[in-house]
Ligand binder design. Structure first.
Ligand SMILES: [Zn+2]
Ligand SMILES: [Zn+2]
Length: 336
């Protein structure tokens, strides 16, 4: 089945956490966590539109410098999302360098930092190379539920889990996929054109039935143009296939409130990336470090009803025992 995204971990399970979500139909990517990203080639970093940071422990944020180094002078903008204090932390990163020349670069870079508060309010600030990355405050905003970012074809949701500190867990959701019935199209005497994309967009975004669509196409008889309402055209839409949903969950303690939060965010998710840092035999150590064991990760995957699970963020102490970690996750997930 054709899907919008191709998600892949940036590093192996012992490396810094990070998920690169590639778009299949356009040169674009999303990144979840910004630790060691040296394995990502510059062309993949150049394609990033949005980066979502769970929390700013070093293994999740130290790659900021690498990203900046690659895109500075080459890319016009990138949007970063993070939790409490995120804007100040981005600002401190930028303040650590000397910017006496950067305002003259031919390609200017704007970094938009979005900070999500635990109170459900967001703040946005811009740092532009044109003004030597001086902070330009923008308005604060109310988050529509847990939706952090939304476009026609997908949305990213986020909720806080407890990792001793507030840490964001993410859901990456492809919206419903629409197909057009070609026979009905011919039956209505219409031809295919860019207007079909407009119609799908209208249906996906829940536009009012009377919304007019400019129906234009070209065939061997020449150009055709007419206006039809969304309601008149809706029968052309077939096969509303539910989109694929992906979960990215890392750095949290095992607690009932955390599980409840993840159930609200990720129930029935198609693919769950979840930290599995310690073996169950080291559960007491895991609890002290505010991390999950592999068995706890598997139990969470089962509670949310994940259809597939990919464990990661393994502690280096198990260098020779990754199979044990994977087996423990799978056993708990499948309930055996
Ligand atoms: Zn971590
Ligand atoms: Zn952490």
């Amino acid at each position: 089945m054709h899907t919008l995204f191709e998600p892949r971990l940036v590093n192996d399970a012992f490396g810094d956490p990070g998920l690169y979500v590639d778009f299949r139909d356009e040169p674009r990517g999303l990144l979840f966590d910004l630790g060691d990203i040296a394995k990502l080639p510059p062309r993949k970093l150049m394609r990033l539109s949005h980066v979502f940071v769970t929390h700013t422990h070093m293994d999740h944020f130290s790659g900021f410098d690498h990203l900046l180094r690659v895109v500075l002078g080459r890319k016009t903008g990138v949007v970063l999302f993070g939790g409490p204090d995120f804007i100040a932390q981005v600002e401190h990163k930028l303040r650590a360098y000397t910017w006496n020349l950067v305002h003259r670069y031919e390609v200017g870079l704007a970094i938009d930092a979005c900070e999500i508060g635990t109170n459900g309010r967001g703040q946005r600030a811009r740092f532009s190379s044109r003004t030597r990355f001086a902070r330009e405050p923008c308005a604060s905003f109310e988050l529509p539920g847990d939706v952090l970012h939304e476009e026609t074809t997908f949305r990213v949701r986020g909720r806080f889990v407890d990792h001793d500190i507030a840490c964001l867990a993410f859901a990456i959701e492809e919206k419903a996929r629409l197909k057009v019935d070609k026979d009905r199209l011919v039956g209505l005497g219409l031809g295919t054109g860019a207007w079909l994309r407009e119609l799908k967009h209208a249906v996906l975004t829940g536009a009012a039935g009377e919304t007019p669509i400019d129906v234009r196409w070209h065939d061997r008889h020449g150009d055709h143009a007419m206006t039809r309402s969304v309601n008149e055209l809706r029968p052309l839409i077939l096969d509303v296939v539910p989109g694929r949903r992906i979960g990215y969950v890392t750095d949290l303690r095992y607690s009932e409130p955390n599980i409840q939060t993840l159930v609200q965010l990720l129930a029935g998710v198609d693919l769950l990336f979840i930290e599995s840092v310690f073996l169950e035999e080291d559960a007491a150590h895991g609890a002290r470090k505010n991390h999950l064991t592999a068995r706890q990760a598997g139990r969470i995957a089962q509670r949310v009803g994940a259809k597939a699970v990919v464990p990661f963020h393994f502690s280096p102490r198990y260098e020779q025992r990754s199979a044990d970690l994977i087996a423990e996750v799978r056993a708990a997930w499948s309930g055996s």
